[in-house]
Design a protein around this ligand. Structure first.
Ligand code: FE2
Ligand code: FE2
Length: 376
């Protein structure tokens, strides 16, 4: 049995106890519809942004004190403008759409990876572009923000990497899941640029299992939650998912067992995370988990480990830079959360079939075209 299989079985045995689910009144509906909404203001802007396909709406029983909305943007992966304007354009678009929300968002959570290579210029560009959003903004870091200067510039711009606040009956918590990578760069004598380059690759076989919450932050989380009624809603933002999806890409946190130990007594926990750049839904123990879209590019689903509760997004059109990406809008009203993916590239249908065929059927392998041309 592979290491990954062993880990996954252990997680299932530990967390998926019979009858244990996030909230006994949990209701999930998945609706597919087209949202014809225009931005208020300039007609040209309205024309450009007139179609917002909203997809995979998840309604969850909740008990917020009064209705409100908030918005999520993450994974903008900004390069300096002189190198790449594509990601800049998409960040501008997301910020404009968030600012145009009606009713407005109470706050914006930015879920990490604002920069591509952690450069001062990239981080400052992100802060500048997000000024379009006038609502309160809170930030958690991604690995792309951190490893050039170990979070120095990010901290100056965006503050503490973990925090909490209460809003209209909900306890919100932001976690830092990126800054505790094992230090392999000192012994390798790497420059900051080399370190950042290694951390910026999706393949974690070089940088190792860098995603984690850490003992110190787990203790802080435990203390923060101890003053909160165990049945009241908690929403935790993290860059990485707080369970094991696919460790080779750090689609997990390595200390998910300890995270679960802290959260187990709380009946109504929702984790909203970035990093995976794809539609993702899971329930682990008493926590539900929602993976959000990036504005930059969509990652493919991992070759294994996609949660069974996920209704996978269909493969994106590589010719459309706005396909498979976007931002998220979360409404908390009456007794439910309604979560909407704002995916730009789709005109109509989102989920139109079951899981992606590559997940449910074996791939048909064939030789590469180059191998046919050069058969030696
Ligand atoms: Fe990312
Ligand atoms: Fe990331």
């Amino acid at each position: 049995m592979s290491e990954l299989d062993r880990e996954r079985r252990e997680m299932a045995a530990k967390l998926q106890r019979p009858g244990v689910r996030p909230d006994p009144s949990l209701r999930i509906t998945r609706r597919t519809f087209i949202h014809r909404s225009c931005l208020l203001g300039a007609a040209t802007v309205a024309e450009t942004f007139a179609w917002w396909p909203l997809l995979n709406t998840i309604d969850v029983a909740y008990a917020a004190e009064e209705p409100f909305k908030f918005a999520w943007i993450s994974d903008t992966h900004l390069y300096p403008r002189s190198l790449n304007t594509r990601f800049v354009d998409k960040t501008i678009r997301a910020a404009k759409e968030v600012q145009a929300m009606n009713p407005p968002a109470d706050f914006l959570i930015f879920g990490g990876d604002i920069a591509q290579l952690g450069k001062i210029e990239e981080l400052e560009l992100g802060a500048e572009l997000l000024k379009e959003v006038k609502a309160r903004q809170v930030f958690i870091p991604g690995e792309h923000d951190w490893y050039l200067d170990m979070g120095k510039k990010w901290g100056q711009l965006f503050g503490e990497p973990h925090w909490t606040f209460d809003h209209k009956g909900v306890r919100f918590i932001g976690l830092d899941t990126v800054s505790r990578a094992p230090d392999y760069w000192t012994v390798k004598n790497m420059s900051p640029e080399e370190r950042m380059g290694h951390m910026a690759t999706l393949d974690g076989s070089v940088a190792g299992p860098w995603a984690g919450v850490g003992r110190d932050q787990l203790d802080w989380l435990s203390k923060t939650l101890s003053s909160w009624d165990k049945s009241r809603p908690v929403v935790i933002f993290s860059h990485n998912p707080l369970y094991e999806y696919y460790p080779p890409w750090n689609f997990w946190v390595r200390d998910w067992r300890e995270v679960n130990d802290v959260l187990r007594p709380y009946a109504n926990v929702t984790n909203i995370h970035g990093h995976v750049h794809q539609v993702l839904y899971n329930e682990i123990g008493t926590m539900r988990s929602i993976g959000m879209l990036a504005t930059s590019w969509p990652w493919p689903y991992a070759p294994e480990g996609v949660p069974k509760l996920t209704k996978p997004m269909i493969r994106v059109d590589p010719g459309d830079i706005y396909d498979g990406v976007g931002w998220g809008n979360i409404s908390m009203r009456n007794d439910r959360i309604e979560h909407e993916y704002i995916m730009w590239g789709r005109k109509e249908v989102f989920v139109q079939s079951g899981p992606d065929s590559s997940l449910s059927q074996p791939e048909i392998l064939r030789s590469r075209i180059a191998d046919k041309i050069y058969p030696y």
